[in-house]
Design a protein around this ligand. Structure first.
Ligand SMILES: C[S@@+](CC[C@H](N)C(=O)[O-])C[C@H]1O[C@@H](n2cnc3c(N)ncnc32)[C@H](O)[C@@H]1O
Length: 312
């Protein structure tokens, strides 16, 4: 089956990455390799592309899609949190550009069979990396009500988190919750029939997103990566982050801002004692959003936000 994904803000990402022949780039989230393919076209014949994805399907696809374009291609089935080890394995101290295009690919949502979508009846798995140990099913059946409520409220910004967590705990006493359809029906039951007709989005949307974020520790991984990201860039190297969730964007924004901060001493200190230095220059003072045309052609792009910076 062909790997399905429509790359979001491709032109903008390539513009901010400033891809040039002979340079070294990392695509931390290969997905369908849409961004990577354009990067390859810009950096050949001598440029190097390091492609990472924690989903094996993305790596399998990248071998087919990218190998004909780029002779200096290195693919890693791994989490981008392990970029330092990957760079040291390749003997590359720092790179010219890093791209993060966060979230899920269309392939994962629609055809991976891993229960990412409430529209399907699939096993409740939701792991991007099939080698990791915790599945959505484990959280849904084992986590206490308070924990579930916290996930739905914090990661899903779900107003009815308490009712939904309560319903889940009651339902699993009768029978384990093992499929996406089963969970979706429980959520619909918890929010009531009225919500089905009055809400703009399906009532299970936020619960499924929250659960996926928790299963894959997406926010914790992004935050730790962003804290160190400047160490992996050469001076003049660029970082570009595309996010689809307000909490992801908040992490990207704060971490990039922190890298741009100079002295953090209290204003009444006569002299600087912190020795903090500005590490990056922000390229996107205002967050960049997809064009109206892109959103019309691909409604899944509507929540995308892009931030970029350059290492000094
Ligand atoms: C939105 S898709 C990327 C799409 C890609 N830019 C394209 O143009 O086709 C996000 C991808 O990031 C991967 N991913 C998410 N978190 C990751 C992590 N911590 N490490 C590696 N890959 C990750 C997912 O498995 C998924 O394939």
């Amino acid at each position: 089956m062909p790997y399905k994904h429509i790359s979001v803000m491709k032109n903008e990402a390539i513009y901010y990455l400033n891809c040039k022949p002979g340079k070294i780039y990392v695509d931390c989230t290969l997905g369908g390799s849409g961004h990577s393919k354009v990067i390859c076209e810009k950096i050949i014949p001598d440029g190097i592309l390091i492609g990472i994805d924690q989903d094996k399907d993305a790596i399998k696809n990248a071998k087919k899609v990218l190998q004909p374009y780029c002779s200096k291609l290195h693919l890693f089935h791994d989490s981008f949190i392990n970029l330092p080890a990957i760079l040291s394995e390749l003997n590359i101290p720092a790179v010219d550009g890093i791209l993060l295009d966060l979230g899920l690919s269309l392939h994962q949502l629609e055809s991976s069979g891993r229960g990412f979508s409430f529209k399907k009846d699939e096993p409740l798995d939701m792991r991007m990396n099939m080698e990791s140990s915790v599945k959505a099913e484990d959280l849904i059946n084992k986590m206490d009500e308070k924990g579930l409520k916290k996930i739905f409220r914090e990661y899903g910004e779900e107003r009815r988190a308490r009712q939904i967590a309560q319903k889940i705990v009651r339902a699993r006493k009768l029978k384990p919750i093992t499929s996406s359809k089963q969970l979706s029906l429980i959520v619909c039951d918890a929010v009531g029939k009225k919500a089905l007709f009055t809400q703009k989005i399906h009532p299970a949307t936020r619960v499924f997103m929250a659960l996926r974020i928790a299963v894959n520790s997406e926010l914790e991984i992004l935050d730790s990566f962003m804290e160190k990201v400047a160490d992996f860039l050469q001076p003049g190297g660029r970082l570009c982050v595309i996010s689809f969730h307000s909490l992801e964007d908040r992490i990207a924004k704060h971490r990039i801002k922190a890298l741009e901060r100079e002295c953090v001493c209290p204003p009444d200190f006569p002299k600087c004692i912190c020795s903090e230095k500005k590490v990056v220059h922000i390229l996107t003072r205002k967050v960049v959003r997809p064009t109206k045309e892109e959103v019309e052609a691909n409604p899944m792009a509507r929540s995308a936000k892009l931030r970029a910076c350059e290492k000094i």
